[in-house]
Ligand binder design. Structure first.
Ligand code: NAI
Ligand code: MG
Length: 486
Protein backbone atom coordinates (compact mmCIF):
# COMPACT_ATOMS: atom_id res chain seq x y z
CA UNK A 1 0.00 0.00 0.00
CA UNK A 2 1.40 3.39 -0.94
CA UNK A 3 1.81 5.60 2.12
CA UNK A 4 0.77 9.06 1.11
CA UNK A 5 2.43 12.12 2.59
CA UNK A 6 0.44 13.07 5.64
CA UNK A 7 1.70 16.60 6.12
CA UNK A 8 -0.19 18.14 3.19
CA UNK A 9 -3.42 19.93 3.96
CA UNK A 10 -6.35 19.78 1.60
CA UNK A 11 -6.14 23.24 0.13
CA UNK A 12 -5.56 25.12 -3.07
CA UNK A 13 -2.91 27.26 -1.39
CA UNK A 14 -0.51 24.35 -1.76
CA UNK A 15 2.07 25.17 -4.44
CA UNK A 16 1.20 22.91 -7.36
CA UNK A 17 3.66 20.93 -9.44
CA UNK A 18 1.61 20.21 -12.53
CA UNK A 19 2.62 17.68 -15.15
CA UNK A 20 3.60 19.56 -18.27
CA UNK A 21 1.39 19.26 -21.31
CA UNK A 22 4.29 20.14 -23.64
CA UNK A 23 4.72 17.72 -26.53
CA UNK A 24 1.32 16.19 -25.92
CA UNK A 25 -0.41 15.98 -29.26
CA UNK A 26 -4.11 16.58 -29.11
CA UNK A 27 -5.85 17.39 -32.35
CA UNK A 28 -8.68 19.91 -32.57
CA UNK A 29 -10.88 17.42 -34.36
CA UNK A 30 -10.98 13.62 -34.38
CA UNK A 31 -12.51 11.41 -37.05
CA UNK A 32 -13.61 7.80 -36.87
CA UNK A 33 -11.02 5.02 -37.12
CA UNK A 34 -12.50 2.59 -39.63
CA UNK A 35 -10.75 0.06 -41.87
CA UNK A 36 -7.25 1.23 -40.96
CA UNK A 37 -7.75 4.96 -41.47
CA UNK A 38 -9.38 8.01 -39.96
CA UNK A 39 -12.54 8.89 -41.87
CA UNK A 40 -15.14 11.62 -41.52
CA UNK A 41 -18.55 10.66 -40.15
CA UNK A 42 -21.11 10.19 -42.95
CA UNK A 43 -23.41 12.90 -41.60
CA UNK A 44 -20.59 15.27 -40.72
CA UNK A 45 -21.60 15.58 -37.06
CA UNK A 46 -19.15 16.11 -34.22
CA UNK A 47 -19.48 16.53 -30.46
CA UNK A 48 -17.23 18.13 -27.87
CA UNK A 49 -15.17 16.48 -25.20
CA UNK A 50 -14.41 18.80 -22.33
CA UNK A 51 -11.88 19.10 -19.56
CA UNK A 52 -13.87 18.49 -16.36
CA UNK A 53 -11.60 20.74 -14.29
CA UNK A 54 -12.57 23.93 -16.15
CA UNK A 55 -15.39 23.03 -18.58
CA UNK A 56 -13.20 24.01 -21.54
CA UNK A 57 -13.49 22.14 -24.82
CA UNK A 58 -10.44 19.95 -25.49
CA UNK A 59 -11.42 18.64 -28.92
CA UNK A 60 -14.27 17.83 -31.26
CA UNK A 61 -14.95 14.18 -31.83
CA UNK A 62 -16.91 12.52 -34.64
CA UNK A 63 -20.43 11.37 -33.88
CA UNK A 64 -20.92 7.94 -35.44
CA UNK A 65 -24.44 7.18 -36.65
CA UNK A 66 -26.03 4.11 -38.20
CA UNK A 67 -24.16 4.42 -41.53
CA UNK A 68 -20.80 4.72 -39.77
CA UNK A 69 -21.50 1.77 -37.48
CA UNK A 70 -22.46 -0.21 -40.55
CA UNK A 71 -19.23 0.75 -42.29
CA UNK A 72 -17.16 -0.24 -39.24
CA UNK A 73 -18.93 -3.59 -38.92
CA UNK A 74 -18.38 -4.29 -42.63
CA UNK A 75 -14.67 -3.52 -42.26
CA UNK A 76 -14.44 -5.80 -39.24
CA UNK A 77 -16.33 -8.60 -41.01
CA UNK A 78 -14.09 -8.35 -44.03
CA UNK A 79 -10.92 -8.34 -41.91
CA UNK A 80 -12.14 -11.36 -39.95
CA UNK A 81 -11.65 -13.63 -42.96
CA UNK A 82 -7.88 -13.32 -42.87
CA UNK A 83 -7.28 -12.28 -39.23
CA UNK A 84 -8.97 -15.43 -37.95
CA UNK A 85 -6.74 -17.55 -40.17
CA UNK A 86 -3.28 -16.05 -39.82
CA UNK A 87 -0.69 -17.93 -37.78
CA UNK A 88 -1.58 -17.41 -34.10
CA UNK A 89 2.05 -16.53 -33.45
CA UNK A 90 1.73 -13.65 -35.94
CA UNK A 91 -1.40 -12.42 -34.19
CA UNK A 92 0.62 -12.40 -30.98
CA UNK A 93 3.35 -10.29 -32.59
CA UNK A 94 0.92 -7.52 -33.47
CA UNK A 95 -0.51 -7.50 -29.95
CA UNK A 96 2.99 -7.33 -28.44
CA UNK A 97 3.71 -4.40 -30.73
CA UNK A 98 0.63 -2.53 -29.50
CA UNK A 99 1.72 -3.22 -25.90
CA UNK A 100 5.19 -1.85 -26.54
CA UNK A 101 3.86 1.25 -28.29
CA UNK A 102 1.59 2.01 -25.32
CA UNK A 103 4.61 1.74 -23.03
CA UNK A 104 6.69 3.99 -25.25
CA UNK A 105 4.00 6.65 -25.29
CA UNK A 106 2.80 6.14 -21.74
CA UNK A 107 3.41 9.71 -20.62
CA UNK A 108 1.29 11.05 -23.45
CA UNK A 109 -1.49 8.58 -22.63
CA UNK A 110 -1.37 9.45 -18.92
CA UNK A 111 -1.64 13.20 -19.50
CA UNK A 112 -4.48 12.87 -22.00
CA UNK A 113 -6.34 10.46 -19.72
CA UNK A 114 -6.15 12.93 -16.84
CA UNK A 115 -7.08 15.92 -19.01
CA UNK A 116 -10.08 14.32 -20.61
CA UNK A 117 -11.46 12.43 -17.61
CA UNK A 118 -10.23 14.27 -14.50
CA UNK A 119 -8.36 11.47 -12.76
CA UNK A 120 -5.13 12.25 -10.86
CA UNK A 121 -2.03 11.93 -13.02
CA UNK A 122 -0.45 9.71 -10.37
CA UNK A 123 -3.19 7.18 -11.01
CA UNK A 124 -3.15 7.36 -14.81
CA UNK A 125 0.66 7.24 -14.81
CA UNK A 126 1.15 4.46 -12.24
CA UNK A 127 -1.99 2.40 -12.62
CA UNK A 128 -4.17 2.87 -15.72
CA UNK A 129 -1.54 3.07 -18.44
CA UNK A 130 0.90 0.40 -17.16
CA UNK A 131 -2.02 -1.98 -16.53
CA UNK A 132 -3.33 -1.34 -20.06
CA UNK A 133 0.07 -2.21 -21.57
CA UNK A 134 0.29 -5.29 -19.31
CA UNK A 135 -3.07 -6.46 -20.55
CA UNK A 136 -1.86 -6.46 -24.15
CA UNK A 137 1.41 -8.17 -23.14
CA UNK A 138 -0.46 -10.83 -21.21
CA UNK A 139 -2.97 -11.70 -23.95
CA UNK A 140 -0.31 -11.51 -26.67
CA UNK A 141 1.22 -14.49 -24.87
CA UNK A 142 -1.99 -16.49 -25.15
CA UNK A 143 -2.45 -15.97 -28.90
CA UNK A 144 -0.47 -19.08 -29.89
CA UNK A 145 -1.31 -21.10 -26.78
CA UNK A 146 -5.08 -21.34 -27.00
CA UNK A 147 -4.96 -25.12 -27.29
CA UNK A 148 -3.38 -25.12 -23.81
CA UNK A 149 -6.01 -22.76 -22.47
CA UNK A 150 -8.76 -25.09 -23.75
CA UNK A 151 -7.20 -28.55 -24.11
CA UNK A 152 -8.89 -30.86 -26.64
CA UNK A 153 -11.66 -28.36 -27.35
CA UNK A 154 -10.49 -26.70 -30.56
CA UNK A 155 -11.33 -23.07 -29.73
CA UNK A 156 -12.42 -20.85 -32.65
CA UNK A 157 -13.06 -17.09 -32.70
CA UNK A 158 -16.66 -15.85 -32.66
CA UNK A 159 -16.35 -13.23 -35.42
CA UNK A 160 -17.00 -9.51 -34.99
CA UNK A 161 -17.09 -8.21 -31.42
CA UNK A 162 -18.91 -4.97 -30.51
CA UNK A 163 -17.31 -3.47 -27.42
CA UNK A 164 -18.74 -0.58 -25.44
CA UNK A 165 -16.75 0.94 -22.62
CA UNK A 166 -17.28 3.49 -19.84
CA UNK A 167 -15.54 6.71 -18.83
CA UNK A 168 -13.95 5.72 -15.55
CA UNK A 169 -10.93 3.79 -16.90
CA UNK A 170 -10.98 4.69 -20.60
CA UNK A 171 -7.70 3.25 -21.90
CA UNK A 172 -7.66 0.39 -19.42
CA UNK A 173 -11.16 -0.74 -20.38
CA UNK A 174 -10.22 -0.54 -24.07
CA UNK A 175 -7.27 -2.84 -23.27
CA UNK A 176 -9.44 -5.24 -21.24
CA UNK A 177 -11.77 -5.56 -24.21
CA UNK A 178 -9.40 -5.48 -27.19
CA UNK A 179 -6.54 -7.69 -26.01
CA UNK A 180 -8.45 -10.97 -25.42
CA UNK A 181 -10.64 -10.43 -28.51
CA UNK A 182 -7.58 -10.03 -30.75
CA UNK A 183 -5.62 -12.88 -29.15
CA UNK A 184 -8.47 -15.26 -29.93
CA UNK A 185 -8.76 -14.13 -33.57
CA UNK A 186 -11.83 -11.87 -33.45
CA UNK A 187 -12.16 -8.48 -35.06
CA UNK A 188 -13.60 -5.50 -33.23
CA UNK A 189 -15.76 -2.39 -33.33
CA UNK A 190 -15.07 -0.49 -30.11
CA UNK A 191 -16.85 2.58 -28.78
CA UNK A 192 -15.37 4.65 -25.94
CA UNK A 193 -17.59 6.75 -23.67
CA UNK A 194 -18.64 10.20 -24.87
CA UNK A 195 -16.91 12.14 -22.05
CA UNK A 196 -13.55 10.37 -22.44
CA UNK A 197 -12.87 9.40 -26.06
CA UNK A 198 -9.35 10.78 -26.42
CA UNK A 199 -7.12 7.95 -25.21
CA UNK A 200 -9.07 5.44 -27.31
CA UNK A 201 -8.43 7.66 -30.33
CA UNK A 202 -4.75 7.89 -29.41
CA UNK A 203 -4.82 4.10 -29.20
CA UNK A 204 -6.30 4.05 -32.71
CA UNK A 205 -3.25 6.00 -33.92
CA UNK A 206 -0.95 3.47 -32.27
CA UNK A 207 -2.88 0.58 -33.76
CA UNK A 208 -2.56 2.16 -37.19
CA UNK A 209 1.19 2.67 -36.61
CA UNK A 210 1.57 -0.93 -35.41
CA UNK A 211 0.70 -2.19 -38.88
CA UNK A 212 -2.22 -4.28 -37.60
CA UNK A 213 -4.13 -5.35 -40.71
CA UNK A 214 -6.84 -2.84 -41.59
CA UNK A 215 -10.32 -3.46 -40.26
CA UNK A 216 -9.20 -5.73 -37.41
CA UNK A 217 -9.83 -2.93 -34.91
CA UNK A 218 -12.27 -0.10 -35.63
CA UNK A 219 -12.78 2.64 -33.06
CA UNK A 220 -15.85 4.80 -33.41
CA UNK A 221 -17.08 7.56 -31.14
CA UNK A 222 -20.52 8.67 -30.04
CA UNK A 223 -22.92 8.43 -27.12
CA UNK A 224 -25.62 5.96 -26.12
CA UNK A 225 -27.33 6.02 -29.50
CA UNK A 226 -24.14 4.94 -31.23
CA UNK A 227 -23.75 2.21 -28.60
CA UNK A 228 -27.28 1.00 -29.29
CA UNK A 229 -26.54 0.87 -33.05
CA UNK A 230 -23.65 -1.47 -32.28
CA UNK A 231 -25.75 -3.61 -29.95
CA UNK A 232 -28.53 -3.95 -32.52
CA UNK A 233 -26.35 -4.49 -35.59
CA UNK A 234 -27.30 -7.85 -37.11
CA UNK A 235 -23.77 -8.72 -38.25
CA UNK A 236 -22.14 -8.54 -34.83
CA UNK A 237 -21.48 -11.84 -33.04
CA UNK A 238 -20.56 -10.72 -29.59
CA UNK A 239 -21.28 -7.74 -27.33
CA UNK A 240 -19.01 -6.89 -24.47
CA UNK A 241 -20.22 -4.03 -22.30
CA UNK A 242 -18.95 -2.26 -19.20
CA UNK A 243 -21.13 0.47 -17.73
CA UNK A 244 -24.31 1.07 -15.79
CA UNK A 245 -26.67 -1.70 -14.74
CA UNK A 246 -29.54 0.14 -16.46
CA UNK A 247 -27.85 0.04 -19.87
CA UNK A 248 -26.67 -3.53 -19.19
CA UNK A 249 -30.29 -4.59 -18.73
CA UNK A 250 -31.29 -2.82 -21.93
CA UNK A 251 -28.51 -4.61 -23.84
CA UNK A 252 -29.48 -7.98 -22.45
CA UNK A 253 -33.05 -7.46 -23.63
CA UNK A 254 -31.89 -6.19 -27.02
CA UNK A 255 -29.79 -9.27 -27.78
CA UNK A 256 -32.26 -11.80 -26.35
CA UNK A 257 -33.28 -14.22 -29.06
CA UNK A 258 -30.39 -13.30 -31.39
CA UNK A 259 -27.23 -15.30 -32.06
CA UNK A 260 -25.13 -12.73 -30.18
CA UNK A 261 -23.04 -13.73 -27.20
CA UNK A 262 -22.79 -11.20 -24.43
CA UNK A 263 -20.76 -10.31 -21.37
CA UNK A 264 -21.74 -7.52 -18.99
CA UNK A 265 -19.62 -5.81 -16.36
CA UNK A 266 -21.96 -3.50 -14.47
CA UNK A 267 -22.28 -1.60 -11.25
CA UNK A 268 -21.46 -2.46 -7.68
CA UNK A 269 -21.85 -1.54 -4.04
CA UNK A 270 -18.95 -3.44 -2.60
CA UNK A 271 -18.45 -4.13 1.09
CA UNK A 272 -15.18 -3.34 2.83
CA UNK A 273 -15.13 -5.17 6.17
CA UNK A 274 -12.80 -4.21 9.02
CA UNK A 275 -12.49 -6.67 11.92
CA UNK A 276 -11.24 -5.69 15.37
CA UNK A 277 -8.12 -7.81 14.87
CA UNK A 278 -7.10 -5.97 11.67
CA UNK A 279 -3.94 -3.89 11.39
CA UNK A 280 -5.91 -0.69 11.87
CA UNK A 281 -3.59 1.84 10.22
CA UNK A 282 -3.24 -0.34 7.15
CA UNK A 283 -6.99 -0.85 7.09
CA UNK A 284 -7.56 2.92 7.17
CA UNK A 285 -5.27 3.33 4.16
CA UNK A 286 -7.25 0.54 2.52
CA UNK A 287 -10.56 2.27 3.20
CA UNK A 288 -9.23 5.50 1.67
CA UNK A 289 -7.98 3.70 -1.41
CA UNK A 290 -11.17 1.63 -1.72
CA UNK A 291 -13.51 4.63 -1.90
CA UNK A 292 -11.45 7.62 -3.06
CA UNK A 293 -9.40 5.98 -5.82
CA UNK A 294 -10.44 7.63 -9.09
CA UNK A 295 -12.92 9.91 -7.23
CA UNK A 296 -14.93 6.78 -6.41
CA UNK A 297 -15.76 6.31 -10.11
CA UNK A 298 -14.92 2.65 -9.73
CA UNK A 299 -17.36 -0.20 -10.29
CA UNK A 300 -15.72 -2.24 -7.51
CA UNK A 301 -15.25 0.72 -5.12
CA UNK A 302 -15.47 -0.21 -1.45
CA UNK A 303 -18.43 2.11 -1.01
CA UNK A 304 -20.00 0.31 1.97
CA UNK A 305 -17.74 0.18 5.00
CA UNK A 306 -18.49 -2.26 7.83
CA UNK A 307 -16.47 -1.73 11.01
CA UNK A 308 -16.57 -4.11 13.96
CA UNK A 309 -18.17 -2.23 16.85
CA UNK A 310 -15.27 -2.49 19.32
CA UNK A 311 -12.93 -0.57 16.97
CA UNK A 312 -15.49 1.67 15.27
CA UNK A 313 -14.66 4.88 17.14
CA UNK A 314 -10.92 4.45 16.57
CA UNK A 315 -11.30 3.62 12.88
CA UNK A 316 -13.71 6.50 12.21
CA UNK A 317 -11.46 9.02 13.96
CA UNK A 318 -8.38 7.83 12.06
CA UNK A 319 -10.35 7.85 8.85
CA UNK A 320 -11.45 11.47 9.37
CA UNK A 321 -7.87 12.48 10.20
CA UNK A 322 -6.57 10.78 7.09
CA UNK A 323 -9.31 12.26 4.90
CA UNK A 324 -8.28 15.74 6.02
CA UNK A 325 -4.86 15.17 4.43
CA UNK A 326 -6.24 14.30 1.01
CA UNK A 327 -5.48 16.84 -1.68
CA UNK A 328 -8.42 17.58 -3.96
CA UNK A 329 -7.53 19.48 -7.09
CA UNK A 330 -5.73 19.68 -10.41
CA UNK A 331 -5.49 16.17 -11.85
CA UNK A 332 -2.21 17.09 -13.52
CA UNK A 333 -0.60 17.94 -10.18
CA UNK A 334 1.46 14.93 -9.13
CA UNK A 335 0.46 15.42 -5.48
CA UNK A 336 -3.28 15.36 -6.11
CA UNK A 337 -5.18 12.52 -4.45
CA UNK A 338 -8.67 13.31 -5.72
CA UNK A 339 -9.22 14.87 -9.13
CA UNK A 340 -12.30 16.20 -10.90
CA UNK A 341 -15.66 14.50 -11.14
CA UNK A 342 -15.88 13.18 -14.69
CA UNK A 343 -18.90 15.15 -15.89
CA UNK A 344 -21.54 17.64 -14.79
CA UNK A 345 -24.10 14.88 -15.04
CA UNK A 346 -22.17 12.59 -12.73
CA UNK A 347 -21.61 15.44 -10.26
CA UNK A 348 -25.38 16.04 -10.17
CA UNK A 349 -25.95 12.33 -9.49
CA UNK A 350 -23.47 12.38 -6.60
CA UNK A 351 -24.86 15.61 -5.12
CA UNK A 352 -28.34 14.19 -5.33
CA UNK A 353 -27.27 11.09 -3.38
CA UNK A 354 -25.63 13.29 -0.73
CA UNK A 355 -28.92 15.15 -0.38
CA UNK A 356 -30.86 11.88 -0.09
CA UNK A 357 -28.37 10.71 2.57
CA UNK A 358 -29.06 13.83 4.60
CA UNK A 359 -32.82 13.78 4.05
CA UNK A 360 -32.95 10.19 5.29
CA UNK A 361 -31.15 11.14 8.51
CA UNK A 362 -27.53 10.21 7.76
CA UNK A 363 -24.75 12.08 9.58
CA UNK A 364 -22.34 13.61 7.10
CA UNK A 365 -18.63 14.36 7.43
CA UNK A 366 -16.85 16.21 4.64
CA UNK A 367 -13.32 17.52 4.65
CA UNK A 368 -12.89 21.23 4.72
CA UNK A 369 -11.20 21.66 1.35
CA UNK A 370 -11.69 24.67 -0.87
CA UNK A 371 -13.12 23.52 -4.16
CA UNK A 372 -12.50 25.57 -7.32
CA UNK A 373 -15.45 27.53 -8.71
CA UNK A 374 -15.08 26.21 -12.23
CA UNK A 375 -15.32 22.56 -13.14
CA UNK A 376 -16.77 19.53 -11.35
CA UNK A 377 -15.60 18.78 -7.81
CA UNK A 378 -16.77 16.86 -4.78
CA UNK A 379 -15.11 16.88 -1.36
CA UNK A 380 -14.34 13.48 0.17
CA UNK A 381 -17.46 12.51 2.08
CA UNK A 382 -18.53 9.91 4.60
CA UNK A 383 -21.89 9.12 6.15
CA UNK A 384 -22.59 7.66 9.60
CA UNK A 385 -25.84 6.66 11.33
CA UNK A 386 -26.95 4.44 8.49
CA UNK A 387 -28.85 1.18 8.28
CA UNK A 388 -29.34 -1.33 5.48
CA UNK A 389 -32.51 0.38 4.28
CA UNK A 390 -30.87 3.75 3.53
CA UNK A 391 -30.79 4.60 -0.17
CA UNK A 392 -27.09 5.49 -0.04
CA UNK A 393 -26.36 2.03 1.41
CA UNK A 394 -28.27 0.29 -1.36
CA UNK A 395 -27.55 2.28 -4.53
CA UNK A 396 -24.35 2.88 -6.45
CA UNK A 397 -23.23 6.52 -6.11
CA UNK A 398 -20.06 6.29 -8.19
CA UNK A 399 -18.40 9.16 -6.37
CA UNK A 400 -16.22 9.88 -3.31
CA UNK A 401 -18.97 9.08 -0.81
CA UNK A 402 -18.59 6.33 1.78
CA UNK A 403 -21.52 4.75 3.65
CA UNK A 404 -20.44 3.45 7.07
CA UNK A 405 -22.13 0.86 9.26
CA UNK A 406 -20.96 -1.16 12.24
CA UNK A 407 -21.40 -4.85 13.14
CA UNK A 408 -20.84 -7.19 16.06
CA UNK A 409 -20.59 -10.76 14.70
CA UNK A 410 -19.25 -12.43 11.57
CA UNK A 411 -22.69 -13.80 10.76
CA UNK A 412 -24.21 -10.34 10.97
CA UNK A 413 -21.66 -8.76 8.64
CA UNK A 414 -21.94 -11.57 6.09
CA UNK A 415 -25.70 -11.05 5.94
CA UNK A 416 -25.37 -7.28 5.65
CA UNK A 417 -22.60 -7.44 3.06
CA UNK A 418 -24.62 -9.83 0.88
CA UNK A 419 -27.84 -7.86 1.24
CA UNK A 420 -27.50 -5.89 -2.01
CA UNK A 421 -28.58 -6.42 -5.61
CA UNK A 422 -24.90 -6.29 -6.60
CA UNK A 423 -22.03 -8.75 -6.25
CA UNK A 424 -18.86 -7.36 -7.76
CA UNK A 425 -16.19 -7.15 -5.06
CA UNK A 426 -15.46 -7.13 -1.33
CA UNK A 427 -12.56 -6.43 0.99
CA UNK A 428 -11.79 -8.13 4.29
CA UNK A 429 -9.31 -6.81 6.84
CA UNK A 430 -8.20 -9.24 9.54
CA UNK A 431 -4.97 -10.75 10.83
CA UNK A 432 -6.63 -14.18 10.97
CA UNK A 433 -6.23 -16.25 7.81
CA UNK A 434 -9.05 -18.62 8.75
CA UNK A 435 -11.51 -15.73 9.03
CA UNK A 436 -10.45 -14.41 5.66
CA UNK A 437 -10.95 -17.79 3.98
CA UNK A 438 -14.31 -18.24 5.69
CA UNK A 439 -15.54 -14.88 4.39
CA UNK A 440 -14.19 -15.52 0.92
CA UNK A 441 -16.53 -18.54 0.83
CA UNK A 442 -19.53 -16.71 2.22
CA UNK A 443 -19.42 -13.35 0.46
CA UNK A 444 -21.24 -13.33 -2.85
CA UNK A 445 -18.79 -11.25 -4.86
CA UNK A 446 -16.67 -11.89 -7.94
CA UNK A 447 -13.48 -10.51 -6.41
CA UNK A 448 -12.55 -10.65 -2.73
CA UNK A 449 -9.47 -8.78 -1.55
CA UNK A 450 -7.75 -9.76 1.70
CA UNK A 451 -5.99 -6.93 3.57
CA UNK A 452 -5.87 -4.84 0.42
CA UNK A 453 -8.34 -3.30 -2.06
CA UNK A 454 -8.55 -2.24 -5.70
CA UNK A 455 -5.60 -4.34 -6.82
CA UNK A 456 -5.81 -5.36 -10.47
CA UNK A 457 -3.68 -7.65 -12.57
CA UNK A 458 -3.95 -8.92 -16.12
CA UNK A 459 -3.64 -12.51 -14.91
CA UNK A 460 -6.60 -12.47 -12.54
CA UNK A 461 -10.22 -12.67 -13.61
CA UNK A 462 -12.62 -9.85 -12.78
CA UNK A 463 -16.42 -9.82 -12.95
CA UNK A 464 -19.58 -10.02 -10.92
CA UNK A 465 -22.65 -11.83 -9.73
CA UNK A 466 -26.28 -10.73 -9.66
CA UNK A 467 -26.83 -7.20 -11.02
CA UNK A 468 -23.08 -6.66 -11.33
CA UNK A 469 -23.21 -8.66 -14.54
CA UNK A 470 -21.75 -11.89 -15.86
CA UNK A 471 -18.69 -13.16 -17.68
CA UNK A 472 -15.11 -12.59 -16.63
CA UNK A 473 -12.38 -10.33 -17.96
CA UNK A 474 -8.69 -10.90 -17.29
CA UNK A 475 -6.72 -14.09 -16.91
CA UNK A 476 -7.46 -17.33 -18.68
CA UNK A 477 -11.14 -16.83 -17.88
CA UNK A 478 -11.13 -13.69 -20.02
CA UNK A 479 -10.42 -15.69 -23.18
CA UNK A 480 -13.53 -17.81 -22.92
CA UNK A 481 -16.15 -15.17 -23.83
CA UNK A 482 -14.38 -14.72 -27.20
CA UNK A 483 -14.27 -18.35 -28.37
CA UNK A 484 -16.63 -21.07 -29.43
CA UNK A 485 -15.84 -24.79 -29.44
CA UNK A 486 -16.30 -27.13 -32.33
P1 NAI B 1 -23.66 4.35 -19.20
O1 NAI B 1 -23.89 2.92 -18.89
O2 NAI B 1 -24.77 5.13 -19.84
O3 NAI B 1 -22.38 4.50 -20.18
C1 NAI B 1 -21.43 3.50 -20.41
C2 NAI B 1 -21.23 3.32 -21.90
O4 NAI B 1 -22.43 2.81 -22.50
C3 NAI B 1 -20.90 4.59 -22.67
O5 NAI B 1 -19.97 4.28 -23.69
C4 NAI B 1 -22.24 4.98 -23.28
O6 NAI B 1 -22.13 5.76 -24.44
C5 NAI B 1 -22.81 3.62 -23.60
N1 NAI B 1 -24.28 3.56 -23.70
C6 NAI B 1 -25.20 4.36 -23.11
N2 NAI B 1 -26.43 3.98 -23.45
C7 NAI B 1 -26.32 2.92 -24.28
C8 NAI B 1 -27.24 2.08 -24.97
N3 NAI B 1 -28.56 2.26 -24.87
N4 NAI B 1 -26.76 1.07 -25.73
C9 NAI B 1 -25.44 0.87 -25.83
N5 NAI B 1 -24.51 1.64 -25.23
C10 NAI B 1 -24.94 2.65 -24.44
O7 NAI B 1 -23.16 5.06 -17.88
P2 NAI B 1 -23.37 6.61 -17.45
O8 NAI B 1 -24.74 7.06 -17.74
O9 NAI B 1 -22.25 7.35 -18.06
O10 NAI B 1 -23.21 6.50 -15.88
C11 NAI B 1 -24.36 6.29 -15.07
C12 NAI B 1 -24.05 5.41 -13.88
O11 NAI B 1 -23.61 4.15 -14.34
C13 NAI B 1 -22.91 5.90 -13.01
O12 NAI B 1 -23.37 6.81 -12.08
C14 NAI B 1 -22.44 4.62 -12.39
O13 NAI B 1 -23.24 4.32 -11.29
C15 NAI B 1 -22.67 3.59 -13.46
N6 NAI B 1 -21.45 3.25 -14.22
C16 NAI B 1 -20.80 2.09 -13.95
C17 NAI B 1 -19.64 1.79 -14.61
C18 NAI B 1 -18.89 0.54 -14.31
O14 NAI B 1 -17.69 0.50 -14.50
N7 NAI B 1 -19.53 -0.52 -13.92
C19 NAI B 1 -19.04 2.69 -15.58
C20 NAI B 1 -19.84 3.86 -15.87
C21 NAI B 1 -20.98 4.11 -15.18
MG1 MG C 1 -13.75 14.76 -21.44
Amino acid sequence: MVQKNKTFKASWSYDPAPESTDHIQIKKKYDLYIDGKFVKPENGKYFETINPTNDEVIAEVALAEKEDVDKAVRAARNAFKSWSKIEPKERGKYIYRIARLIQERSREFAVIESLDGGKPIRESRDIDIPLAANHFFYYAGWADKLEYAFPNRNPKPLGVAGQIIPWNFPLLMAAWKLAPALATGNTVVLKPAETTPLTALKLAEIIRDSGLPKGVVNIITGAGKTGAEIVNHPDIDKISFTGSTAVGKYIQKAVAGTHKKITLELGGKSANIIFEDAAIDQAVEGIIDAIFFNQGHVCCAGSRLFIQESVADTVIQKLKDRMATLIVGDPLDKNTDIGAINSKRQLKTIENYIKIGLDEGGEIYQTDCKLPKKGNWCAPTLFLNLSQSHTIVQEEIFGPVLAIQTFRTIQEVIEKANNTPYGLAAGVWTQKGAKLFHLSQKLKAGVIWGNTFNKFDATSPFGGYKESGFGREGGLHGLKPYVKFE
